[in-house]
Design a protein around this ligand. Structure first.
Ligand SMILES: [Zn+2]
Length: 226
């Protein structure tokens, strides 16, 4: 880019120049694509995508098995904006469920850049299914001492609960069964949690509290990863 700027092109012209050396994930003028590896610009690009109605589903349809749906409007505290039905992301199927397009989009990033390479490295094979307890649920937050007065991120489908994985050979990796083991399945589950933290805002797992012993609670809105 410096060479191109030095040749008399402005910064924007250098970025869109066909010979720009910037990879697309680092180029602010390149729109978001699941095929571009996550970078520090990814969140910003996804925000831009989500601001254009229908853009998320259009981009995601090439990288996931999704069906766009009209928004689910219930009442003030519950509903699903930019609703899609999801049956799989990348190479992994999912029991069909409805969620926000951004949850589906970030799940596709997690599958592609976290789950599949991690599963290949640690377990020597891919993930063919992501098991989950769904996304949308019009309810308040559950705590060990009972129901909070705050609404859950599930009430707006800005979260998904993932309970385990089925590998290419049919072996199951399950949070409740394998989290406390010491073998490769436990290592893969920790890798799965860490890489989810790289693409979502918050991931709560078995170490958070007993309510999460059998699943990762994965949500968009940021309060930090545990
Ligand atoms: Zn949850």
């Amino acid at each position: 880019m410096l060479v191109l700027v030095g040749a008399g092109l402005g910064v924007n012209q250098a970025l869109i120049h066909p010979d720009t050396p910037l990879p697309p994930e680092w180029n602010p003028l390149e729109p978001f694509d699941v095929a571009h590896a996550p970078s520090p610009l990814t969140d910003w690009k996804i925000r831009g995508l989500m601001a254009q109605p229908g853009a998320c589903a259009a981009v995601l349809q090439v990288a996931a098995n999704i069906t766009p749906m009209p928004p689910l409007e219930t009442y003030e505290t519950c509903g699903i904006a930019q609703r899609v039905s999801v049956a799989g992301v990348g190479q992994a199927s999912m029991r069909p469920f409805e969620t926000t397009c951004e949850i589906a989009l970030r799940t596709a990033l997690w599958e592609r850049y976290g789950l599949q390479p991690g599963s290949q490295d640690i377990l020597g094979q891919g993930v063919r299914e992501i098991r989950h307890y769904s996304s949308y649920n019009c309810r308040r937050i559950r705590t060990p001492s009972g129901e909070s007065n705050r609404w859950s991120t599930h009430a707006t489908a800005r979260a998904v609960d993932v309970s385990g994985f089925v590998l290419d050979d049919g072996e199951v990796v399950d949070l409740r069964v394998h989290w406390d083991e010491t073998g490769p399945k436990a290592a893969f589950l920790r890798h799965a949690q860490e890489t989810a933290c790289e693409v979502f805002g918050l991931v709560l797992g078995p170490e958070y509290n007993a309510l999460h012993a059998d699943h990762f609670h994965i949500q968009l809105d940021w309060t930090g990863c545990r």
